[in-house]
Structure formats: C-alpha cells, structure tokens
Design a protein around this ligand. Structure first.
Ligand code: PEP
Ligand code: MG
Length: 318
C-alpha cells in the first residue's frame, strides 16, 4: 500500500506516472479568485457570473460589468479563466429576467435558453467580458450553461467569435449534449461537464430535493456513461473535456473522471489539496482501471464502494 501524502499540495494535479491534470477553481467573485490564488489553483475552471446579479433589481450597466470582470481577472491566479455566461432561471431566478409561471422550471427557460427571450443581456455580457479581457490581457475562456443542441452551441460560438473571444466552450449538463458531444465539439473549443445538473437530468431527480439525493448522485453508472460519451466526443475532435461540478471535488470520483478521459477538474478551492493528493497516488492506467470498475457497477453505492475497494488495494485512499 502506498501512503497518500496529505501536505504540501499546491494546485498542481499530477498523477504518479507524471500525467498532468490541471486543478482549477470554481469561484463567483473576486474573493473566490483570491482564495483560488492562495491554494495555487492552476486557473479558474468555473466563474459563476449569475451570483453577482442575484441581488440586483436591474441588469448592471456595461461599465459596471467591465469593472467587475476586470477586478476578478486581476485577482485570479495565472492560467485560464473560464467565465460562464449567466445561468439564470430554475434554481437561480433573477429579478430582471422574469419568465412568468413555468410548471417545470428545471425543464424550462433557463441557462442558455434565456437567450430566446433576452438576447441583449447575453450580448452585453459577452461585450463586457471581451472588453475586460482586452484591458487585462487575461487568458479568458467563455462557456454557456445548459447547451442542449448542436445549433445552440454553434450560435454561441459564433457570438463569441464575433467579439474576438478566442476560446468558446459549452457546458454539458443534459444528456443530449453528452450524447452529441462529438458534433458539438466540431465547433466549440472545449466542453465542461456540469455534473450537478447532468446527474439531475440523467436520473430525472431534482438536485435540490434531499429525499432524492441518492438518485441525483454523479456516481451513478448511467451518469458516468454520459461522461464517458462526452470524453469520446472530445477525443474524436481532439478537444478538451473538463468537469466543473461537485463530482470533481470527491477525491475517489476525481480519479474515476481522469480515468474516463477528463483533462481538467474544477472545484471549490478548499478541495484542491485533497484531490491533488488522491491523483498523486495513482497512475493513469490505475485511474482507467478505477473507471472501468465504476462503469461496471449496477448503482451509485456499489460503484463508490467498488472504486474505494480497488483504490484501497493500491493506496491508503480507500
Ligand atoms: C453543474 O451543474 O454541475 C454546475 C457546475 O453548474 P451549477 O451547479 O452552477 O448549476
Ligand atoms: Mg449547472
């Protein structure tokens, strides 16, 4: 058994065999960007912009938006900064983007779909991000949440390109985009899997309902199948696929994700040292073995247990 070192981990994700998996931070403001820099994250993998707007009754002006992005970009650690465009609706209602009554808000006009009703808001946000990028010279990537079709991905990529945004990606949060990742990644530069929503939509279980937490669990082999499909689509197009949902912060699941072909993991900054420690204990071949074990399981609980047992044989991780 190999001991898992617990100390002295910066944000560098490196497997025992030397394979590098950048560990990035999830943030929602400049304080988060500073926390990410403190743990030496290799960049920002998810900047949730909507949290800023939650308290505003009106859409912030273009100037205010540019100032806010500039502040966050300046505070962030070196490396890429993946900004997610507004993910409003459903569990994140915004006062200035009212949709009226929807019977099923999680299946309604949310995420990128808001663009159907409020295209100017997304356009202004992209203008502000592009301007802050020019002013700071930061390595900005932009991605859209809840992309469910190839057409939506193409439309978003075109909107980014029109503003000189060089890295335009999509979030994979619904099964349709996981299954069609190869076609989506023909135009998008990268994909980032939002495992919180992907679990919810794969299992048909509300992520906010504690009673269904055993269903909305990213360890379900059906969810892992879709992550596998997304990685295959990425490999087909030679495009990177990351994970930015809670799953990336679970050390054993992080090993499985890397084994499935995920190339970056983004998580809350405080989880980075534990995930770095877990990755450092295994080789890529062992991570692939762990992924195979998880995919072969019949449920979330047995997948988690089987991987823990396998990793325990190898390391003190189990
Ligand atoms: C996700 O769905 O996994 C995700 C990262 O986005 P959010 O949690 O903000 O919906
Ligand atoms: Mg989501």
């Amino acid at each position: 058994k190999r001991p898992v070192p617990r100390r002295d981990f910066s944000g560098t994700g490196q497997l025992r065999c030397g394979h590098h998996v950048p560990l990035l931070a999830n943030i929602s403001d400049a304080a988060g960007a500073r926390a990410a820099a403190e743990v030496k994250a290799e960049g920002i993998g998810l900047f949730r912009t909507e949290l800023w707007y939650l308290g505003s009754v009106e859409e912030p002006s273009l100037e205010d938006q540019v100032a806010s992005y500039t502040e966050v970009f300046a505070a962030a650690p070196k490396g890429r900064i993946v900004v997610r465009t507004l993910d409003a609706g459903s569990d994140k209602p915004l006062p200035f983007m009212k949709m009226g009554h929807e019977s099923n808000p999680a299946l309604g006009v949310r995420g990128y779909r808001m663009n159907r009703k409020f295209p100017d808001i997304l356009n202004r946000q992209l203008d502000a991000i592009a301007q802050a990028q020019r002013e700071t010279g930061a390595n900005v990537h932009v991605m859209a949440p809840m992309i469910s079709t190839v057409a939506e991905a193409n439309e978003f990529v075109d909107a980014c390109r029109a503003r000189g945004i060089a890295h335009a990606g999509v979030m994979v949060e619904v099964p349709s985009s996981a299954l069609r990742a190869g076609q989506i990644l023909a135009s998008a530069d990268f994909a980032s899997i939002g495992t919180n929503d992907l679990s919810q939509y794969t299992m048909g279980a509300d992520r906010l309902l504690g009673m269904l937490a055993d269903l909305a669990d990213p360890w379900h082999p059906a969810v892992l199948d879709l992550i596998d499909a997304t990685c295959r689509g990425g490999a087909q197009q030679d495009r990177p696929v990351g994970v930015c949902g809670e799953a990336a912060a679970d050390p054993a699941l992080a090993v499985v994700l890397v084994g499935l072909g995920v190339s970056t993991l983004s998580m809350t900054p405080r989880s980075i040292p534990d995930v770095a420690a877990a990755l450092s204990a295994v080789t890529l071949a062992e991570a692939r073995e762990a992924a195979g074990v998880a995919l072969a399981a019949t449920g979330a609980r047995s997948a988690r247990q089987a991987v823990r047992d396998r990793l325990e044989v190898l390391t003190e991780l189990g």
